[in-house]
Write a protein that binds this ligand. Structure first.
Ligand SMILES: [Zn+2]
Length: 391
């Protein structure tokens, strides 16, 4: 069967604001401003057969073993087994919103626990198999798995983080923020064990709305890691949101590989060196086992939101961005030189002068609207992938 993707545009229904007062996925969705183009919704999920899954996981484990710079890109699909609905799946928040419905599975965010995938990624990072994780998720489950800030870019924010308007520092909260869209939470800058609070700094939530710029340090690190990666692996995302959804392609021009693990078809399936269609928890479990990495169970002890007092700082140090920028510029310059020696026609002169400003300009040019976080239009998606074979 051939299914042609269609972008479904709709108005937000009037009866969608009847969530409970707990911080749940539907509250988050309701808290966002109206945004018409939610992308391709509700496409049927595909499952590889058991034997194919084994073969593909074997292949992925081999590639991870043979790679030096593995970067993982995560989306809502890695949190569905924690009881948090995704957005564009058959039972996703936006898919159901279109029908005037709410997801039936919907756990409170602070009651959700990191999944096998979150815990597995943390273990793979600690074992040195994964260099960096880039997430579009705001559910805070990577943080709560104990994954260090050094290894994580959160492109759309995190509901367990507040940011000071005055000193720009970020802090971990014990509960999900009461607001969405970078609004005042009513809290004041609180400093940490080792550093004082600034005087009179008001804190805002760290959950981006559609029109917000992506956080600069997170985006810079994500952009550079995605380009430097010899292997980009996408887990549980249809890759429809830009710029996040295009980052995994950054390494292709230097011969890097792209692996997509998702139940639904994604925008970049045709560019993938490997597509695995089964539950991400199954994939991570199989791959970790082959790599000899044990996946720890989640405990409150590893979760900074459960620490007492909850006082961890979550700011990305400027030096971290600068240091990677140095390595990035040097490496990409060498790669470009080597490719030129080989007589390749170059398209990446721009690589020499990468700065986030330039990237932002590129983003702005590629977007049909002013919003920074956007879903691509039907025409854009079709130009990438006209017909998608579902079965
Ligand atoms: Zn402050």
């Amino acid at each position: 069967m051939i299914v042609v993707f269609r972008v479904q545009v709709f108005e937000k229904s009037a009866n969608l604001s009847d969530c409970t007062n707990k911080a749940m996925s539907c509250n988050y969705a309701d808290g966002l401003s109206d945004y018409q183009n939610k992308g391709i919704l509700g496409v049927p999920e595909i499952f590889d057969d058991a034997e194919t899954v084994e073969e593909k996981c074997e292949q992925l484990a081999k590639w991870i073993l043979g790679s030096k710079h593995v970067v993982i890109h995560t989306g809502a699909g890695i949190s569905t087994s924690a009881g948090i609905p995704d957005f564009r799946g058959p039972k996703g928040v936006w898919t159901l919103e279109k029908k005037g419905e709410k997801p039936s599975v919907n756990v409170a965010f602070d009651e959700a626990k990191p999944t096998k995938t979150h815990m597995g990624l943390k273990a793979l990072v600690e074992a040195g198999f994964v260099k960096y994780v880039i997430s579009q998720n705001i559910d805070g489950l990577h943080l709560r798995s104990g994954l260090g800030r050094k290894y994580l870019a959160e492109l759309h924010g995190n509901m367990f983080i507040e940011q000071c308007l005055k000193c720009r520092r970020q802090y971990v909260r014990s509960k999900p923020a009461p607001t969405v869209g970078k609004k005042l939470t009513g809290e004041l800058c609180r400093g940490t064990k080792n550093s004082r609070a600034c005087r009179g700094g008001n804190l805002i939530d760290n959950i981006l709305d559609w029109e917000h710029d992506l956080p600069e340090s997170d985006l810079d690190l994500a952009f550079m890691h995605s380009t430097l990666a010899d292997l980009n692996v996408c887990l549980g995302t249809t890759l429809q949101i830009v710029p996040s959804g295009n980052l995994p392609l950054r390494n292709k021009r230097y011969g890097g590989k792209l692996v997509i693990c998702n139940l639904q078809p994604t925008k970049h399936d045709k560019k993938a060196d490997l597509k695995i269609s089964t539950y991400v928890d199954t994939i991570i479990e199989k791959v970790a086992k082959r790599l000899g990495v044990e996946i720890p169970a989640y405990t409150k002890e590893v979760d900074p939101t459960k620490a007492e007092p909850c006082s961890l700082e979550w700011t990305i140090p400027t030096e971290e961005v600068k240091s990677l920028d140095k390595h990035y510029s040097k490496t990409v310059r060498e790669w470009s030189k080597n490719r030129k020696k080989g007589g390749c026609r170059e398209e990446e002169a721009d690589e020499f002068e990468f700065k986030s400003k330039k990237f932002k300009k590129e983003k702005a040019e590629s977007n049909d609207q002013d919003a920074t976080t956007v879903v691509e239009t039907e025409a854009e998606v079709k130009s990438e992938q006209t017909d998608v074979e579902v079965e």
